[in-house]
Design a protein around this ligand. Sequence first.
Ligand SMILES: [Zn+2]
Length: 158
Amino acid sequence: MLLMANVESFDLDHTKVYAPYVRLAGAKRTPRGDAISKYDLRLLQPNQGAISPSALHTLEHLLAGYLRDHLEDVIDVSPMGCRTGMYMSVLGEADEEGVLVAFRAALQDVAEHDRPIPGVSELECGNYRDHDLAQARIHAREALEAGLKIQPTLLIER
Ligand SMILES: [Zn+2]
């Protein structure tokens, strides 16, 4: 028998979302009662394109800092393996509106970023040669121009 934990994102109907968007992807509570909220920060429409690995890597480095500039208690920001967006975990109750405002502001910062990418050296990064700032900035600009919104979760009907 194959045992595998249920994974929230496999239940999302990826054909019924409209990127770019912010979606509450999950909510947990620690044994001590603290809330943790996980968000799907989607830049590209699923199955209609993908961010190049180097641009996604740069987005990871830039959004790690810029999202924390605009949002308190960020636990983690990580790229999706499908290369259409990022996951972000935040300490606290769900606040899609607040995350939407912060994500917009962080993408604006990325679109305007014209300095060295933070954390890019052999000491600080696991693949420091693999970055693409120009393309990362284009993705941020395009998402802003397309207009970010809050996406409700529509589950696959099984
Ligand atoms: Zn890196």
